[in-house]
Design a protein around this ligand. Structure first.
Ligand code: FES
Length: 125
């Protein structure tokens, strides 16, 4: 008899823009965005490297390992924000998707103003 000793964390995401709540049991240390995608659950993302903040969520309860990300200041992490694309499951967590550009505006709005993403804008990718 082989016992599976994998530690599992319940990850619940309130995907507000899609008007749905999704929960999965995620193995300890797994990347949350990738794990949800492996279950055919699509969540918001763009760069997938912890830089753009499109995948930002509010952490309602629990903790995330965000040590791989650079797009979210320590201050924003302390305020309870996380990035799904670099977050690893280390605790059972309840998360909710941010308002559009919420984290971007809080972190960079004071420096960049209210730049609209129009064709030809130098910030287009
Ligand atoms: S997809 Fe860009 S920070 Fe997560």
């Amino acid at each position: 008899m082989v016992l599976d000793m994998t530690i599992i964390h319940k990850v619940t995401i309130h995907y507000r823009q899609a008007n749905k709540t999704i929960s999965l049991d995620v193995p300890d240390g797994e990347n949350i965005l990738q794990y949800f995608e492996s279950s055919d659950i699509k969540l918001p993302y763009l760069c997938r490297n912890g830089c753009c903040t499109v995948c930002a969520v509010r952490i309602l309860s629990g903790k995330l390992d965000q040590s791989d990300g650079i797009g979210l200041s320590r201050n924003m992490q302390k305020k309870g924000y996380g990035l799904l694309c670099i977050a690893k499951a280390i605790d059972s967590v309840e998360l909710e998707t941010q308002d559009e550009d919420e984290v971007y505006q809080i972190q960079f709005g004071k420096y960049l103003g209210d730049i609209k993403n129009e064709p030809g804008n130098p910030f287009d990718i």
